[in-house]
Design a protein around this ligand. Structure first.
Ligand code: ADP
Ligand code: MG
Length: 783
């Protein structure tokens, strides 16, 4: 018998999912797998684990003693939902725990365990029958992350396995599988006989969103949606009754920009005391998770050259167009109400992210500016108004060429409805879409493409093979990866020596699969013994795997904005002060760069090494200011450091005796070691090699001389464009301006460059002669 806090008990009874409790539990008892569909906010995530708990799952002396696993695609969700369910469970709150990478509060009492899907996948690798669990709940299945998809495929097999195990040995208990989705895009699961060999699972629906959300389309769609968001949110704040706002944008730069403007126009709340939550949080599953990575490209502004001709361009004089949308017939807040503006994006330190769950200061309006991190799973209390820009930044990966792009594009209709749903979680709400219904109907796809079709899958393939699933095409994928993707993955794995030519996994391959990393990094760790390099290899691998550790000069927080000045062509005194600040900042930046490149000024990989090694010398209390001084990302470095000690453990297990005790403060590497390190990095990325075009066997006709390092054309070993282009511009790739090589003169540029990946950041549909450049992220320049 659970004694729930009073308010919670009442609120619970209104949830659609609670109304279906009996039907759901019957289905679970009568079937090994079931699918639950319920709109956002219907109570799936918070209630299902409690139903199971109350039915005895997870109790040591019940017929189902194993724990209840609940997976989430994101870390913040795993932590915050475990806390919420704990609160709801009254006297049993200590039975709910979470586990994310590098952090957990699991104890011997744990009955309900929230975790990221990546964590459960790793657990399968160690215990294929998942013997600790009696039920697996896979949440947010509609998001279709690679991990979720693979997990569903694995879990469907494990359910069968456990069934046959318990026929032989009655002490083994069966495993139940519950798949939960917020959209009806579930036919990939429910109609998939490959996936469920013993009949498709029953589908239970929990109808209805909890509170109604009124959707307001814009009459027109503005190209500059950040500006438009500013305009609408400002008007909304003046006109709308009390209630928190959630604004969806595509990335952290846009969020900072809008935040700054709102704080300029309205009275911001004082800097509140820091969140002193009970949650002890550290870090991160980044390599395994689907989060929006901001590999901010100084080349292109956040809004890019959006040349979509369907978009109307309108003047700013439609001031009154949305007055009726904002007139809700209720009293608006006083326009002097303070605004409590909080950002929410994945690169933000977790501590900062969790601030959105705290009540805003008395008498202020909470305005959360978020990327699609906030699209599903999280309930931010009190959100009544959603402003949706209708776009998101998605990582696309070209399966043939391996070029990745971060494109800002329309979201799917399903996502738009998820976003709108955020407004109806704790009461009736309104969603203001910054796009017209015509564009929505014509241009928004119904659903987002599953991630497995747009991401490299060598890690997945190797993982499966080393688990004994030799024929990857036989794996019950909800959506199978493309043949191109598979071929590319197998080719790379063979190059790395992880697979034999017949596709069987090698002994090396098995070792590589034990690292929670891309096989490329595993390879570097496996060959890292020479010249006592191993501690350095571990350090550089952790830094590279977390990636994006450097703050660009133009991106830093204290960056002096160009917004607000120059608007009227007036150059003020404060502008002059800003110029001086900018000058100083630039000097600091170059000083930091010099320090980090002192071992080798042509290798970005070694810059990563310097960063993580220097970070280890900063004292624990000093880490943040150290990072700020060195233009480093504190969250990334913390995560990289945790990964570093985890990898040291794995290396020690894999290679008995080859690594002494773990020491984070390393002496400077010797010259010999630096040379060896470069070779080791090269071995992991051997296929990612580019040659300076003018030094290649077929040097191109150069129309004009490159003006800087970033204009020097290189050719990659494998073609990097689909088209059979002949123009230099179309065939070549160039270094990314964030590279350490960018300061060289064109002449000094190395003949060969090993790079980690290629990226094209402007939309590929941009018309005209201006073909967007493909940029490589260099690692080392082999000499
Ligand atoms: P679903 O998983 O179906 O989207 P949830 O179980 O996450 O729904 O949430 C159900 C309801 O519980 C929400 O609509 C909201 O009313 C309430 N709720 C969930 N989390 C919180 C929270 N942290 N604070 C306040 N209310 C919450
Ligand atoms: Mg949920």
């Amino acid at each position: 018998q659970v004694d729930r806090p009073e308010g919670i008990q009442e609120a619970r009874l209104k949830l659609p999912v609670v109304g279906e409790e009996q039907k759901i539990m019957e289905a679970i008892f009568n079937n090994s797998s079931i699918v639950i569909w319920g709109a956002t906010g219907s109570g799936k995530t918070t209630q299902l684990p409690q139903f199971l708990f109350e039915a005895g799952f997870g109790h040591p002396d019940s017929p189902n003693p194993g724990m209840i696993a609940v997976t989430q695609p994101r870390r913040v969700a795993a932590v915050s939902m475990s806390k919420r369910v704990g609160d709801e469970l009254g006297q049993y709150s200590d039975r709910v725990s979470y586990q994310i990478r590098f952090d957990t509060n699991v104890s011997s009492k744990t009955a309900i365990k929230f975790m990221t899907d990546g964590i459960l996948l790793r657990e399968i690798a160690n215990d294929f029958s998942l013997s600790k669990y009696s039920v697996i709940i896979i949440d947010e299945a509609h998001e279709r992350s690679v991990n979720t998809d693979i997990l569903i495929g694995m879990a469907s097999r494990i359910v069968d396995l456990r069934e046959s195990m318990c026929k032989e040995d009655p002490s083994v208990k069966p495993l139940k599988l519950v798949i939960m989705s917020a959209t009806l895009r579930i036919s990939d699961f429910t109609q998939n006989i490959h996936l469920f060999r013993h009949g498709i699972p029953p589908l239970i629906q929990a109808e209805g969103r909890q509170y109604p959300v009124t959707v307001h389309f814009a009459r027109r769609t503005h190209r500059d949606y950040v500006e438009e968001a500013f305009r609408k949110v400002s008007r909304g704040h003046r006109k709308l009754p009390a209630g928190a706002m959630l604004v969806f944008l595509t990335g952290q730069n846009e969020i900072k920009q809008l935040s700054k403007r709102l704080k300029q126009v309205f009275k911001p709340t004082q800097r509140g005391e820091d969140f002193q939550g009970k949650l002890r949080l550290s870090a991160a599953d980044a390599p395994l998770e689907t989060e929006d990575l901001e590999l901010g490209d100084p080349d292109t502004g956040p809004q890019g050259e959006d040349d979509d001709s369907d978009i109307d361009i309108v003047g700013l004089d439609d001031e009154h167009e949305d007055d009726e949308d904002f007139d809700l017939g209720e009293e608006s807040m006083s326009s002097s109400t303070r605004v409590h503006v909080l950002p929410l994006y994945s690169q933000l330190p977790t501590k900062e992210q969790l601030k959105v769950f705290e009540p805003p200061p008395e008498g202020s309006r909470l305005i959360v500016l978020a990327t699609n991190v906030a699209e599903t799973s999280l309930t931010i209390p009190g959100i009544k108004y959603v402003f949706d820009c209708g776009r998101s930044k998605e990582k696309q990966y070209d399966l043939t060429t391996g070029v990745q792009t971060f494109q800002i594009g329309w979201i799917s209709k399903a996502s738009a409805s998820q976003r709108a749903g955020r407004a109806g979680r704790t009461g009736p709400g309104h969603c203001y879409r910054l796009y017209s219904s015509a564009i929505y109907e014509a241009d928004f796809p119904d659903y987002t493409e599953p991630e497995i079709l747009r991401t490299p899958i060598e890690g997945v393939v190797l993982q499966m093979k080393s688990m004994g699933l030799h024929n990857v095409t036989n794996f019950p994928f909800p959506t199978p990866p493309s043949r191109q993707g598979l071929t590319k993955a197998e080719k790379l794995l063979k190059n790395l020596g992880a697979l034999k030519s017949d596709g069987q996994v090698t002994e090396l391959g098995n070792k590589l699969s034990s690292y929670p990393l891309s096989p490329r990094y595993g390879k570097m760790l496996q060959i890292g013994h020479q010249h006592g390099c191993m501690p350095y290899v571990i350090a550089v691998v952790s830094a590279l795997a977390v990636g994006d550790l450097f703050v660009q000069e133009s991106q830093s927080d204290t960056m002096v904005s160009t917004l607000g000045n120059g608007k009227d062509g007036i150059y003020t005194n404060s502008d002059r002060l800003e110029d001086t600040a900018r000058e100083k900042r630039r000097k600091d930046f170059y000083r930091a760069q010099r320090l980090l490149s002192k071992h080798d000024d042509t290798s970005d990989a070694l810059r990563y090494l310097s960063a993580i090694c220097a970070y280890a010398y900063a004292s624990a209390s000093d880490e943040e200011s150290f990072c700020e001084k060195m233009f480093l990302r504190a969250k990334g470095l913390k995560e990289a450091s945790q990964l570093r000690s985890q990898l040291a453990d794995i290396v020690r297990t894999n290679n008995l005796g080859l690594l002494g005790s773990y020491e984070s403060r390393l002496p400077e590497p010797t010259e010999k070691q630096i040379k060896a390190l470069k070779q080791i990095v090269t071995a992991g990325f051997i296929d990612n090699v580019a040659i300076r075009a003018d030094m290649s066997p077929e040097p191109p006709e150069m129309q004009r001389k490159p003006r800087g390092a970033v204009d020097v054309p290189y050719y990659t070993l494998f073609r990097s464009r689909e088209s059979r282009a002949t123009e230099v511009d179309e065939k070549a790739v160039y270094i990314h301006p964030s590279s350490i090589l960018a300061h060289l003169t064109p002449k000094e540029m190395p003949q060969y460059i090993i790079y980690s990946h290629l990226q094209q950041s402007t939309p590929s549909h941009v018309t005209g002669s201006n073909v967007p450049k493909i940029r490589m992220f260099p690692l080392v320049a082999p000499s």
